[in-house]
Write a protein that binds this ligand. Structure first.
Ligand code: TYD
Length: 146
């Protein structure tokens, strides 16, 4: 595991926007645009007002998050610093590498969060407890890797 990721490893990446009077089009093609493999896609929608999603770190998974519709904020915490990214257009996204605490908040009505993940789903990849996350970041104890 790379314990050293920081908030500065997160970045907003602009995607191509093909303007068209019939409607605009944006696309995403793996390495040419985002610095990770694309293994899985999921989306979060119908989020009730005030609800939060995420609230965990991933041991190996990197992700790229796009607000396909509406808006929401992504809070990133590297154990030392925190930053909030507001996503509200479908032609850019936020790259979030592994081992950063991430939470999604302030979902607007009818918002859709598209998440492109670098790995297939693995429940053992999650760090669900913030104290465990801090331990991993500061290497104060050995983390069990399955
Ligand atoms: P989870 O990642 O915990 O969502 P959040 O962090 O926003 O609360 O996923 C919620 C549930 O969905 C959990 O039971 C696992 C399941 N899930 C899958 O089965 N496959 C997936 O690709 C994802 C992302 C979640």
């Amino acid at each position: 595991m790379n314990h050293k990721t920081t908030i500065s490893d997160c970045k907003i990446i602009d995607l191509p926007k093909i303007h068209d009077t019939r409607g605009n089009l944006t696309y995403l093609e793996s390495f040419s645009q985002i610095p990770m493999e694309m293994r899985r896609i999921f989306w979060i929608y119908d989020v009730p007002g005030g609800e939060l999603r995420g609230g965990h770190a991933m041991k190996e998974m990197n992700e790229f998050i796009i607000a396909l519709s509406g808006s929401f904020d992504v809070l990133i915490d590297d154990g030392t610093h925190k930053v909030t990214f507001s996503l509200n257009r479908s032609f850019y996204g936020l790259y979030v590498p592994k081992l950063l605490w991430r939470q999604m908040i302030n979902f607007s009505t009818n918002s859709v969060a598209l998440v492109i993940a670098s790995t297939e789903y693995d429940e053992n990849d999650y760090i669900l407890n913030y104290a465990d996350f801090i331990s991993v970041k500061y290497e104060t104890k050995l983390y069990e890797i399955d």
